[in-house]
Design a protein around this ligand. Sequence first.
Ligand SMILES: Nc1ncnc2c1ncn2[C@@H]1O[C@H](COP(=O)(O)OP(=O)(O)OP(=O)(O)O)[C@@H](O)[C@H]1O
Length: 602
Amino acid sequence: MSISPPSAPFSSGKRHPLRVLLSLVSEEKGRVVRAVAASVINKIFDVMPEILIGIALDVVVRGKDSFVAQVGITDPVHQLTLLGIATFLIWFGESLFEYFYQILWRGLAQDVQHRLRILCYDHAQHLPTSFYEENRSGDLVAVLNDDINQLERFLDRGANELIQTFAAVVLVGAVFFIVSPLIAVVAFTPVPAIIAGAFWFQRRAQARYDAVRARAGGLGARLTTNLQGLQTIRAFGAEARETAALSKESRAYVDANRAAIRVSSAFIPIIRMAILSGFLATFLIGGWLTLTGQMQVGAYGLLVFLTQRLLWPMTHLAEIADLYERAMASTRRILRLLDEPRGEPHGAHDASVSGRFELEGVGFRYATSPGGVTDINLAIRAGETVALVGPTGSGKSTLIKLLGLFIRPQKGAIRLDGVPLADWSGERLRRSMAWVPQEVTLFSGSIADNIAYGKPSASREEVEAAARLAEADGFIRALPDGYESQIGEYGQKLSGGQRQRIALARALLIDPAILILDEATSAVDNETEAAIQRSLAKMKGKRTVILVAHRLSTVVHADAIHVMDDGRIIQSGPHDRLVECPGLYRTLWNIQTGHAEMNETA
Ligand SMILES: Nc1ncnc2c1ncn2[C@@H]1O[C@H](COP(=O)(O)OP(=O)(O)OP(=O)(O)O)[C@@H](O)[C@H]1O
């Protein structure tokens, strides 16, 4: 079973998502500085051709009196040649630094998304069992995939555009103020409107993008459930119903997106009108100043062209705000996951485990239902085989979750070898307890890899010995590739009983002091059940075995059987004694063996 030691938990400290994001790239300070520098230098080169156009106009209109002539090059042909060389260098520089900023930002985006995905996945592995009982796994997949990709997109493009827009405002603003402060003031008038528009958009869009992300989570959850449950859908002929239900989820996602698109689409037309007023002002005032001889033609041309360089990139603010909002909605979801508290820490007690349990007045209630267990008093001796039986919902699984420390008692105490269970080191518990669940998970890789899952360093002899003990060796050898047979595609073809025996071999390989079988035999064929029975018989006395079973034939040989009902243990004893006295066990036994006396009461 997997009881992981808690590692350092992440905490956003309720900071703004952008700040948390920045703290995540803070380790890459050098790279961020280089990326910002490349973006700014590229923007400087990007603005320069407009300045050259102004200078070229000045050269052709004023010739020997031009601005270039004043710096010592008087021949207009030489002036034009110089401008040509400058143009070449500027374009070359712009291209070169575009290459640099692309490489730097995109590399950063890749590294950040990788780091976040691993951080989230690792955190998800340490979340308490209760988290998975209350949350849909599809939501988690959506966070690990969609939300992290959304952040990657923002860093890939948005960060650079934001910096370049800012650089453009500063650079172009400086040139405007040098050439004509009057026009600078007029041309810059729309800037506050544009920025205000971007913020207005940001506020409106935020809630809508949160709704889009939530819908994406819902859609992902349904897709995951449906694809996993395809057999059931087909078996019940529910394809049309499920397609309709999926279509409803997908439609809700489309509608949520549409609401967000409506806001984002309004932005560009508004910005365009704001730009138009600034552009017209430059055009008309500059023209009038030039006509009246207060401004040179070259300077006029320079300003008209620069207005474009100043204002048009600002339309990108809409896109950037869009990317930014989506990225922040994703970051909020990622942080919500990362802020989920991990399971409670384990203690440090480390000693060899003999497998003796004592439970005193143990009680546990789920937060979301009245179910759980009440006042459990139980002593399990080391090496004993103990069975938990009882009707569905009687609390058997809850009790073994408590014994496995997946959940912690709210009342009473659980001790293992006399030491409170929570005081044991997680590492020691992981090596001492093995779990065979009803739903076996086999991972891609060979059968041998799967058996050695809990002890990857195991030798082939150890793997085979565990398989023999689990009575799995025979059918594994009969497969064309034996222990090297690949699971995955092939795993689909293993029967439930075979998978179950591989899971038992996996558990036995770590030679656990405590073996927990959670209804491991309820869904298997008689042959597998008999095989598992033989395996259990062989290990009798050597390890503590706790098994939950519905099929009572599985538990007849147990040293003690505890009968649960409504969260309590109502009968305890070996099979022979329990069948003799009237009670729930005898009723269940009679029903299962076909001797039911329907009016017999518990
Ligand atoms: N994750 C959960 N959240 C809320 N209630 C739960 C949860 N798991 C179990 N319960 C409730 O706790 C009670 C005991 O459930 P538990 O799974 O322990 O019973 P069980 O005896 O193992 O049942 P079964 O034989 O059907 O597996 C039930 O009423 C159940 O509804």
